[in-house]
Design a protein around this ligand. Sequence first.
Ligand SMILES: C[S@@+](CC[C@H](N)C(=O)[O-])C[C@H]1O[C@@H](n2cnc3c(N)ncnc32)[C@H](O)[C@@H]1O
Length: 275
Amino acid sequence: MGSVTLPEAEAKELLDAQAHLWRHVFHFLNSMALKCALELGIADTIEKHGKSITLLELANSLAIHPNKVPSLHRLMRLLVSSNFISKETSANGESLFALTLSSKLLLTNHPLTQAPFALALLDQTLIDPPSHHLSSWFQNEAESPFHISTGKSFWEHAGHEPKFNAYFNKAMESDSRFVTSFLVTNESFRGLFEGVESLVDVGGGNGTTAKAIMEAFPRLKCTVLELPHVIEGIQENGSGVIYVAGDMFEAVPHGDAVLLKVGSVYSLLFLLFFS
Ligand SMILES: C[S@@+](CC[C@H](N)C(=O)[O-])C[C@H]1O[C@@H](n2cnc3c(N)ncnc32)[C@H](O)[C@@H]1O
């Protein structure tokens, strides 16, 4: 193919279009940088330090190999650009890194921590094989891209892999704790429960949402319907929630109302990749 010469206006538009394309091609690096930060424990380390941290202090605390300190700097710059880390410059010109509100949500001791959620949703099982099979899934009969890579549905896979099952249920727990902390104080949400005496949370995970609802509405009787492998891992602590092992496509226990909470943004992801 010969070289192409473009008029200036068209060249500018094409450069913008290419920049847009590159942003999307490399966008996954933001997610992977976030995963790396979580695995290294960057947020917890900065929190433990008690004040903004220099690159070398961070590298020492994380036991980073000396050859990799410049790469740690690049990682921190990426996290600054995605607003998980803030950066200021000290009087002697050194970069000082601190947490933002978003990275505070990744602290393992934060009461509403989202670290388990982020780690599970960025787990290789969920990302690698299914996302590489999306286009072929559109052209064959497989139920989901997850079936193509594992031969099972996501839920069957979780049922066969206890470690992954526990990991995923913890992730859902952190999401539920976060969401319900807002919901139970929201007036229109509270209004939904007027006159309701019994509620069935279908696919209610380990009961975090049901427990929060029962605490907020002590007269409400809550039942969680879940797949047997999820119910097996639940350690009940006298919350009063009733747990029923079963399949919602076969039977749902009776109740005045049914709750089906799959999470907001990622419900689409689930439908596409795993169901
Ligand atoms: C995305 S998770 C949501 C968990 C919880 N509702 C929450 O929002 O934290 C979906 C849940 O549905 C459960 N589930 C999937 N298929 C099911 C079925 N056929 N019957 C009952 N539960 C099911 C899964 O085990 C999983 O815990």
